[in-house]
Design a protein around this ligand. Structure first.
Ligand SMILES: [Zn+2]
Length: 73
């Protein structure tokens, strides 16, 4: 499985995770500071956001709510 590396938005530590190849945003817990944040794999680079600062389409929680809302329509 491929791996991706991204920088913690809290402390700047480089975290490496196995990557399933999907571009959906998901949560990570920093190896260094233990803070939880969002990372979103992209074609060129990985975007990272602090919880609450991500745009809705890049927030795993918000994304689920949106998709549920769309399904009901
Ligand atoms: Zn950190």
């Amino acid at each position: 499985m491929a791996q991706i590396t991204f920088v913690c938005p809290f402390c700047g530590h480089y975290n490496t995770r196995s990557h399933d190849g999907l571009y959906a945003p998901r949560y990570a817990v920093c190896d260094a500071c233990g803070e939880r944040f969002i990372y979103e794999p992209g074609l060129e680079r990985v975007n990272t956001f602090k919880p609450g600062e991500a745009p809705c389409c890049s927030d795993p929680d918000c994304r689920e709510l949106e998709m549920m809302a769309h399904c009901e329509q």
